[in-house]
Design a protein around this ligand. Structure first.
Ligand code: DQA
Length: 145
């Protein structure tokens, strides 16, 4: 079972970027915990981070080759990228939207996701643990298939 984890723009700045909102853990530390959890769950995980929309879209397209599910934190693209939404619809792989922060308790412009309607579900507000919960959920869903 292979799962692709995509971190979107500015998430490479975790630890430095607004720690009061996103916490003090670096992306590398979060990725380490994702890899550890994946190993426990018997999931083969690939983790990528892109600041560009194009790279995210191309990675989603390529996932069709060998990937069973996608976990995506689209960063700010969450709120307006119809192109990323269309890419997810194109490949029709089960996807979970993840956010470190609770986007529904923040600025109004963050409270709308154009990605959510094309995902199985979303997990937000638990910091780096949001990814861990998403991994567990995806495993449950993929096993039911
Ligand atoms: C975020 C929330 C987005 O609104 C923001 O633009 C981010 C991070 C989160 O994980 O909480 O870059 O996706």
């Amino acid at each position: 079972m292979k799962v692709l984890v995509i971190h979107g723009p500015n998430l490479n700045m975790l630890g430095v970027r607004e720690p009061e909102v996103y916490g003090r853990r670096s992306l590398e530390e979060i990725n380490k915990s994702i890899r550890e959890e994946a190993e426990k769950l018997g999931i083969d995980v690939e983790i990528v981070q892109y600041n560009g929309e194009k790279e995210i879209i191309e990675k989603i397209h390529n996932a069709l080759k060998d990937t069973q599910g996608i976990i995506i934190n689209p960063g700010a693209y969450t709120h307006y990228s119809i192109a990323i939404r269309d890419a997810l619809v194109s490949v029709r792989l089960p996807a979970i939207e993840v956010h470190l922060s609770n986007i529904y308790s923040r600025e109004e412009f963050r409270q709308h996701s154009v990605i959510a309607p094309v995902c199985l579900g979303g997990i937000y507000g638990f910091g780096g643990a949001s990814y861990i919960l998403a991994l567990r959920a995806l495993k449950m869903i993929l096993e039911e298939k």
